[in-house]
Design a protein around this ligand. Structure first.
Ligand code: HEM
Ligand code: HEM
Length: 316
């Protein structure tokens, strides 16, 4: 295990989270077309960062930095990592950031069409998911974690936790796509389309149920196993914060068409909602990957016979 690689993977994941905030600031300021030029900005490498160009060009600078960090991460992974699937994930990260940069340029060139802007927002979440996964796979507690048996009461046949977590993860991802479509369907001076708002509220309900079941089942079956209970607890807290931010985003968006330009608190609340959405997704990725690492795929008779018994886990 390489401590340096793990630290660097964590750095890239944190930088990507910062980049998601920088991108969301472009959208919320309605600054996507501050320049219709790409890859240069108004024909320059370093234009004067005035007005909305501060957000748009600032986002490009942060994206370029993350792109360079991803190249270094891939080289680092290829040099020190033995597991071939982790090496492949390192290469995939570079391809994803490259595609994301192209989508960013394309959305500018095509004047922010809904499909391209929503795809850019969605691929951002997938790229973040890749960097978080690399940080998880290179961590000490992942490499040293040992198998657990599911602690299930004999009176109720339980569903394997890894599948509950996977279902919650897929539901969250679909909700991120609906959220991106909703967000890019109307600039601040237009009301949001009602059908999409209702679909997104339905999605929020589905996420609450699926994440709620996955996280509370984790807490019930694996008391004291912080390797699993910590991400489950954080996911539940983030879900509550996200629901409040969603409600606040909706209320401030209701008022925004009357504003002369995008104003606070609409900007900060919608950006916080995008950022917290990414954190909910990332936390569930950590929990889901960990369940695959330490739990069996099927709750069989043996696991039921062992109900109440648990083998230890090293990771925290
Ligand atoms: C390479 C990594 C990149 C990542 C991870 C990334 C991420 C993001 C994110 C998360 C958003 C906000 C989406 C939302 O709020 O719904 C965004 C918006 C945006 N990004 Fe990027 N971006 C990247 C590169 C680029 C590049 C190279 C450009 C080049 C022009 C670009 C142009 C834009 C534009 C114009 C928007 C606003 C779109 C709109 O308002 O419809 N991005 N980006
Ligand atoms: C689990 C719950 C939720 C998740 C994971 C979630 C996620 C998201 C994401 C990621 C976006 C932006 C996507 C992007 O552009 O990249 C978004 C947009 C939005 N969400 Fe949610 N959301 C949730 C619940 C809610 C709730 C309960 C509401 C309340 C009505 C809501 C209202 C909105 C609104 C109004 C937008 C557009 C914001 C804007 O115009 O800038 N969300 N959501």
């Amino acid at each position: 295990m390489s401590k340096g690689l793990n630290r660097f993977a964590i750095l890239v994941a944190c930088a990507t989270f910062f980049l998601i905030i920088a991108g969301a600031l472009v959208t919320s300021h309605d600054a996507g077309l501050a320049t219709s030029d790409w890859p240069l900005s108004n024909g320059q490498f370093f234009p004067k960062m005035v007005g909305n160009l501060f957000w748009e060009h600032g986002h490009r600078i942060v994206a370029t930095t993350v792109g360079v960090l991803t190249i270094v991460l891939m080289i680092y992974v290829l040099r020190v990592e033995k597991r071939s699937w982790v090496r492949k994930l390192g290469v995939f990260a570079l391809l994803a950031v490259f595609a994301q940069g192209l989508l960013g340029g394309l959305t500018v060139k095509l004047m922010l069409p809904l499909a391209v802007s929503a795809a850019h927002a969605t691929l951002a979440q997938l790229f973040f998911c890749t960097t978080v996964s690399l940080a998880v796979f290179t961590s000490r507690n992942w490499i040293e974690a040992r198998s657990l048996t599911e602690e299930i009461s004999t009176d109720k046949a339980g569903f394997p936790l890894r599948y509950l977590c996977t279902a919650a993860l897929v539901t969250i991802f679909l909700q991120l796509i609906i959220g991106a479509t909703l967000r890019h369907s109307a600039t601040w001076d237009h009301p949001l389309p009602t059908d999409l708002v209702l679909t997104h509220i339905g999605g929020a309900l589905a996420v609450t149920i699926m994440l709620g079941i996955a996280a509370t089942t984790t807490l019930r079956r694996h008391k004291g196993q912080t390797f699993l209970t910590r991400p489950a607890t954080i996911a539940l807290i983030l879900l509550v914060v996200q629901l409040f931010l969603g409600l606040a985003a909706y209320m401030t968006r209701l008022a925004s068409p009357n504003d002369p330009q995008p104003l606070n608190p609409m900007i900060s609340i919608t950006v916080a909602h995008v950022a917290c959405g990414a954190l909910v997704f990332a936390t569930m990725i950590v929990l889901t990957l960990r369940t695959y690492k330490v739990l069996p795929g099927a709750v069989n008779d043996e696991a039921l016979d062992l109900a109440g018994g648990r083998s230890g886990v090293v990771g925290t």
